[in-house]
Design a protein around this ligand. Structure first.
Ligand SMILES: NC(=O)c1ccc[n+]([C@@H]2O[C@H](COP(=O)([O-])OP(=O)(O)OC[C@H]3O[C@@H](n4cnc5c(N)ncnc54)[C@H](OP(=O)(O)O)[C@@H]3O)[C@@H](O)[C@H]2O)c1
Length: 285
């Protein structure tokens, strides 16, 4: 079986390595700029050897994951003398295979496999990776290998071309990273009621789970609830007034998101054109 190695064994490298090893893939090498990380990785994968340099690892592997931080992918791709026929991939969502051009120029096959998920710690990464959607940018023979990984991880895949990677990653950033920001802003407001942010987060968990549940099981536009879906202009006016008085920096964001919510309410059929026009006038002002 092909020997698979990882250069950079943080959250994503560890999750791929450990989960693929469990499915019978031969995870044979690990190298990280932090030796303790390589040792931790090797201790959790049977038969995995630690390499001191990226070159030493690449010399012995058939398939190499560059799972370093994004900025280091190009450096690793440039510094290593790749072998013709070897497969080299990275897991960045924003970078395309262009960053692996030095490996391609040496006759390696290159690709990207981006797990469309969020990995905040090693433990959570191991839990979150299986079942993810994976975005693949690759041609054969790498594409076939990547699909085998996705199948083993009970995931689903979609193929993207190089030109669409940045826009794709912007969408992931809005849905995931800025979702964190929205919840952070919402729960931070609870300091006005002398409730800590961590208590506010606990209090929000049921509505957050309910919201995701509605997106998954009701879908857009029917999942939208709240004053905009109902056309409650008075309630929205009260929100704007309260924020203007007590947290004015959030007013532009609140209004911008409200304006983007109006078309969902109209599409749902519960927000009339007249009420939508009233809301638009209030929020655009
Ligand atoms: N985290 C996510 O939610 C997520 C989701 C999807 C895709 N990704 C992608 O997955 C890749 C890895 O991200 P991650 O979150 O796993 O990062 P991470 O936890 O920071 O792990 C990266 C590891 O690579 C090491 N490293 C940096 N430069 C290196 C080099 N030149 N040679 C060897 N090791 C090096 C880092 O060491 P230092 O800490 O010393 O730099 C770190 O231990 C990135 O391309 C990222 O875009 C991440």
């Amino acid at each position: 079986m092909d020997k698979i190695g990882f250069i950079g064994v943080g959250k994503v490298g560890t999750a791929f390595g450990v989960r693929l090893a469990e499915k019978g893939f031969r995870i044979a090498g690990a190298m990280d700029i932090l030796p303790q990380e390589s040792a931790r990785f090797a201790a959790s994968v049977d038969g995995c050897r630690v390499y001191e340099t990226a070159q030493a690892l690449a010399d012995e592997m058939d398939f190499v994951f560059i799972t370093t931080t994004d900025d280091a992918i190009g450096e690793v791709a440039t510094e290593v003398r790749w072998t013709s026929g070897q497969m080299v991939v990275h897991c960045s969502g924003a970078n395309s295979t262009a960053v692996l051009a030095p490996a391609r120029d040496r006759g390696s096959y290159v690709g990207c496999i981006h797990p469309c998920n969020s990995f905040a710690s090693i433990e959570q990464s191991l839990e979150n990776l299986p079942g993810s959607t994976f975005t693949l940018e690759a041609e054969e023979p790498v594409l076939g290998e990547l699909k085998r990984f996705v199948t083993a991880l009970n995931g689903s895949w979609m193929k993207l071309c190089e030109e669409d990677k940045a826009l794709y990653h912007a969408s992931v950033c809005i849905a995931c990273n800025y979702f964190y920001t929205l919840v952070h802003l919402a729960t931070d407001l609870w300091r006005h009621f002398d409730i800590s942010q961590s208590d506010a987060v606990d209090a929000f968990m049921p509505i957050l789970r309910g919201t995701l549940n509605n997106i998954e099981h009701v879908g857009y536009p029917g999942c939208l609830t709240g004053p905009i879906a109902r056309g409650d202009v008075t309630t929205i006016r009260k929100h704007v007034e309260a924020l203007t008085e007590r947290e004015p920096r959030l007013v532009p964001l609140y209004k911008a998101l409200g304006l983007e919510t109006i078309p969902i309410g109209v599409a749902k059929g519960t927000l009339s054109r007249e009420k939508a026009a009233e809301l638009k006038a209030l929020l655009a002002g």
